[in-house]
Design a protein around this ligand. Sequence first.
Ligand code: ADP
Length: 435
Amino acid sequence: MTTNRPTVVLVYQRTSLPWVFESAERAGIDLVLVPRPDDTVAADPPPAVTEVLPLDLDADRAGALEVLRKRHADQPFQGIVTLYDPAVPFVAEAAEILGLPGISLDAALGAQDKRVMRARLAAAGLNVPRFERLDAPGTGPGADTGGGPGGWEEAAARLTFPVVVKPAHGFSSLGVTKAATPDSLGAVVEEVRRICAAQLGRPDGLVVEEYLDGPEFAVESLAHGGEVRVLSIGYKGEPEGPHFEESVYRAPASLPEDVAADIRREVVAAHAALGITDGPTHTELRLRGGRTPYLLELGARIGGSGVSHYIASHVTGIDVAAEALRIAAGTAPASMGGGDPVPVGAAANYIVPCGGSGRITAIHGLDAVREDPRVDHVVQMLFPGDVVRPYPDFTGYPAFVLSRHAEVTEAEEFHRWLERSVRIDYAPLDPSQLP
Ligand code: ADP
């Protein structure tokens, strides 16, 4: 039986996070799901999934592209998307090869490599902290020339401290570490390199950049044919390091209108500078000195595996993931044009902090949270028995609590209650027992 429903290939989406599947169903779009290699797709697949197509992007990228090319030749699909940051370049490349809507591979790679992103934003005259690139040995123009005269340490020591050291291709704040003084920089760089090797599985280039003081914000946008619509601006706390665990996300942020306008302008200009013309984006930025927006990163995808959809949809009333799927499939999104959306409500994500390390013996308070009428989802990722490694290693976040409120001040109050109510107990482990 043939159908007129568009089909979109959805790469590496965890089936435990429901939003994109529900949006596809509402939008009348069929999904071919490429499951994450470590995700067991339940016997009962999520809504809208008409086919499961296992591919291993890391082990055999060329083979995966070939399977998609063949699948498209046999049975054309209209688009390909991912919400998983490391897969963004693969999806862009597949779209390019198959002639499907999307961003270019160059734009995808540029947005993902913090060295390239910083250079492109600076070339476009946008706000960028001063930075030095430190490429893995033999891999680029900023290759490690050592700490001697003319070496990176000398160049980095000219930055204004504190600085932040981070992997060029990092995500989830992995390895991102503040160095307070030039004296401590060498040791911090070594530590970040060790984390890259251990957790990214390969050496990576590093960026050393000036620390941006000020509160952090996340901005959700949709781009279509180069037009960008900023949907929502949310508050992300003011983490001061030395390690940058995520904590809260509350939208819409309470901001003076001129500051919100500056944020929107900087975000829209960053899309143009990076060549992000189509699809949903998730931008993180800090207001340096409490006033001037400096981008931390712009992801060419829905953020937080769908959390950004949850937040922006409840703030605007726009079904963001459905719009993203429509853009991917080459059909007109319903919500472009018009001015800045007027908030219709508030939404929030509370990330339960690890608050310690060792083997988890109990997680207190989450059952009551699940029962709370303000809470739509508790996405639990760590359980009693799991081992949390001490910082700066990243084990994962214990749980997300997604809630809805009439006003953002109510979300603030709710988060204060969560801080008091949810607590994790650990049994200590000595380092030899760590996995
Ligand atoms: P990732 O892609 O791994 O999440 P980011 O560059 O977004 O890396 O950094 C993660 C977090 O670290 C940010 O959300 C922010 O809190 C903090 N951070 C990173 N760079 C800076 C900086 N230059 N100044 C202040 N904080 C920073």
